[in-house]
Write a protein that binds this ligand. Structure first.
Ligand code: IPD
Ligand code: CA
Ligand code: CA
Length: 258
């Protein structure tokens, strides 16, 4: 199965790469910040057609509307272009993220970091890799020495979810905080020991699925803001190297007390 995901991820990555800095159609979804381009749709169609041809009974859940066979044993969870705003503005940080679940458990995940030509992949129980290189989370165990990353939801103006207060808090407590604009790449960089932790509110299953497995298979942990286990439908995501987990939870959790 991993071979198949790698194959379709590479094909979708080519579609995305070929649209980079080209004149492409852009539409607004819910507001002026929430974009979808013709390339998001083209990438999703390629992936969905590939799965439908190779695995017609499998379920599919993808960001741009594909939703079928949800009762199937297998479910493919797809973000055909993660980092659309970056892509639309020509900032070369975006990815294709494909996760595969079996009976509700993530069994494989691939994130194609398109412009850097890096493919991150993991299989349940077999580790996480980039190319042939095995990934491992960082060894830093203090928040004040941490490099963190976060993201902000498109509807932050209407539905802030304390994202800004938490951001300000961590800016003061950590070594630095980044905002790359592709959640799937944020997860990869935690898995690769670059970021010590990544948190974000209001993510979607397709932002999370592949990245969660990558972090876990690299030795990290993915929880909600109280440190509880999550699934791909959980709206709060905290991915860390485990060592800074308790310190981070102690900062974020109080924001969500009733
Ligand atoms: C977005 C990116 C971004 C995150 C947003 C996501 P999209 O995904 O992952 O980093 O902050 O919350 O919606 O819309 O570009 O696929
Ligand atoms: Ca996304
Ligand atoms: Ca997307």
């Amino acid at each position: 199965m991993l071979e198949k995901i790698l194959e379709v991820s590479a094909l979708a990555g080519e579609v995305v790469r070929s649209g980079y800095r080209q004149k492409i159609e852009i539409e607004y979804k819910t507001n002026d910040s929430n974009l979808v381009t013709e390339i998001d749709k083209k990438s999703e169609k390629l992936i969905v057609d590939y799965i439908s041809k190779n695995f017609p009974a499998h379920g599919i859940l993808a960001e741009e509307g594909s939703d079928k066979n949800r009762g199937s044993e297998y479910l493919w969870v797809i973000d055909p272009l993660d980092g659309t705003t970056n892509f639309a503005h020509g900032l070369p940080i975006f990815s294709v993220s494909i996760g595969l679940m079996k009976n509700g458990e993530i069994i494989a995940g691939v994130v194609n970091d398109v412009m850097r030509g890096k493919i991150y992949y993991a299989e349940k129980g077999a580790g996480a890799f980039e190319g042939g290189r095995k990934l491992a989370i960082s060894k830093n165990d203090t928040l004040k020495h941490s490099l963190l990353v976060t993201g902000f939801p498109y509807d932050i103006a209407d539905n802030p979810g304390h994202a800004l207060e938490i951001f300000v808090d961590f800016i003061k407590r950590a070594r630095a905080v980044r905002r790359l604009g592709s959640a799937a790449i944020d997860f990869c960089f935690v898995a690769d020991g670059i970021f010590d932790a990544f948190w974000e509110v209001h993510l979607h299953p397709w932002d999370i699925c592949a990245g969660k497995l990558l972090v876990e298979e690299a030795g990290g942990i993915v929880t909600d803001f109280s440190g509880n286990e999550t699934d791909i439908f959980t709206k709060q995501v905290l991915a860390s190297n485990r060592l800074v987990q308790d310190e981070i939870v102690s900062v974020i959790k109080p924001y969500f007390k009733a």
